[in-house]
Design a binder for this molecule. Structure first.
Ligand SMILES: *[C@@H]1O[C@H](CO)[C@@H](O)[C@H](O)[C@H]1NC(C)=O
Ligand SMILES: *[C@@H]1O[C@H](CO)[C@@H](O)[C@H](O)[C@H]1NC(C)=O
Ligand SMILES: *[C@@H]1O[C@H](CO)[C@@H](O)[C@H](O)[C@H]1NC(C)=O
Length: 391
């Protein structure tokens, strides 16, 4: 057993070496950057300016960023970059977004002015709506998504921009084993028509998934190595015989199973948030820089390998890590303020091995740089003509 395993590992290593050689011979592969996306949350009063953040993101080779709003300063700071944005329409807008005129006005004001310069690929309508106890909000979700989509169609933007929503993993009533995943019974009335809409417009279903919480609540039952993507014996789904060596993939497949139970095999599941806090309250077991480093570091390696889950091996997991910065204004518990890969000053919270660079300042925009150049030109022209007139 141990021998065949090490033989497998060494042949895998050989395969990796060949892959590496192929990669080096094709220098364009690198340009695609890290496959992972990152959440850029801004519930803080000490974050660097968006234009400095643009330099940081670029130095990290991250090419996909998710916002919780449609902050015009961020969208403008990333103009002419290769970064693709998921922008957010907060839950507080849902009521208004069921009105076609207001939805269209929002797109015209918040998306249209930026989209020729900044790649906006998706709008999340509401965040974790089914985790609220607000049935009015739940009822408004699908109409709001349909109305926003209709506005994109009217404006000719629906090919560029998809419409979706981000959900808490808690919308599952059952998630174990993964093949038995199902949605909470009380939510099926909302989720069934929502899935039909996703299938119709071919947009992905987004889940915020945190194996950290499962571990924190049951540290004696759940092996830490299983949630941190460390070597461990894993578990076998008795219905499918599929082997799971980490909890995140089991969670993703549980969502696929829940969707299938409602009749859909045509919707892709993506992870809109996952991460691990580097610090927490004393009762938040597992929150530490070491664990956060292992969770995010191991996850990045798997994304680099374009791994799929056991139930969907050919679909590479699609993930937005939470989050770029620690956010000091988030409410308790303490872990909430400590999910960042970076402190607001640009120093890494732990060593993930990414060499990010946050500049002290940047020239705010090309047009400013141009106008400085123009002033220098005019002044030197004036000096020059003054000298000529003295001759
Ligand atoms: C980003 O890509 C460049 C060019 O391939 C590489 O030199 C650099 O190390 C990468 N940076 C990170 C943080 O991965
Ligand atoms: C919803 O629309 C009303 C009327 O136009 C406006 O006063 C209100 O501020 C809007 N709500 C939000 C959250 O934008
Ligand atoms: C929803 O209601 C339940 C039971 O009343 C409560 O325990 C939970 O904290 C509430 N959740 C939110 C987000 O308000």
């Amino acid at each position: 057993m141990a021998n065949s395993r090490s033989a497998m590992i060494s042949s895998f290593f050989f395969f990796k070496v060949i892959l590496l050689l192929l990669t080096i011979s094709d220098s364009f592969v690198q340009i695609r950057g890290l496959g992972v996306g990152i959440n850029y949350g801004q519930i803080a009063n000490n974050l660097p300016s968006p234009s400095r953040v643009a330099v940081l993101i670029n130095s990290l080779n991250v090419s996909r960023v998710k916002l919780y709003d449609a902050d015009p300063n961020v969208l403008a700071a990333f103009s002419n970059s290769n970064v693709e944005f998921v922008i957010g329409l907060g839950s507080e807008y849902l009521q208004n977004m069921t009105d076609p005129f207001k939805a269209q006005a929002w797109i015209q004001q918040r998306v249209q002015p930026y989209i020729s310069q900044t790649k906006i690929t998706s709008i999340t309508v509401g965040n974790e709506v089914f985790n609220s106890n607000d049935t009015q909000l739940m009822q408004n979700l699908l109409p709001a998504m349909k109305t926003v989509y209709g506005a994109l169609v009217n404006l000719g933007l629906n090919q560029q921009v998809t419409v979706t929503s981000a959900h808490s993993f808690n919308i599952l009533g059952n998630s174990f084993p993964p093949s038995s995943g199902s949605f909470r019974q009380d939510l099926v009335q909302y989720i069934q028509p929502l899935l039909n809409f996703h299938a119709e417009i071919k947009s992905p279903f987004l889940i915020n998934a945190y194996p950290f919480f499962a571990y924190m609540y049951s540290p004696n039952e759940i092996p830490l190595n299983y949630v941190l993507f460390q070597p461990n014996s894993g578990m076998i789904d008795p219905n499918t015989n599929l082997h799971y060596d980490n909890m995140l993939y089991a969670q993703i497949d549980a969502v696929y199973a829940a969707i299938k139970q409602l009749g859909h095999t045509d919707i892709e599941v993506r992870i809109s948030e996952t991460g691990w806090p580097s610090k927490g309250d004393p009762d938040e077991i597992g929150a530490s820089p070491e664990n956060a480093n292992l969770y995010n570091g191991n996850l990045l390696k798997r994304i680099e390998q374009k791994q799929g889950t056991p139930a969907k091996p050919s679909v590479p997991v699609d993930i937005y890590v939470f989050a770029l910065f620690n956010e000091n204004l988030k409410p308790d518990p303490a872990s909430e303020r400590n999910y960042g890969l970076y402190y607001p000053d640009g120093s890494p919270v732990y060593n993930l091995g990414l060499q990010g660079y946050l500049p002290d300042m940047v020239i705010e925009s090309k047009s400013n740089a141009l106008s400085v150049g123009f002033i220098v030109y005019v002044v030197s022209w004036l000096i020059c003509s003054w000298e000529i007139s003295r001759l």
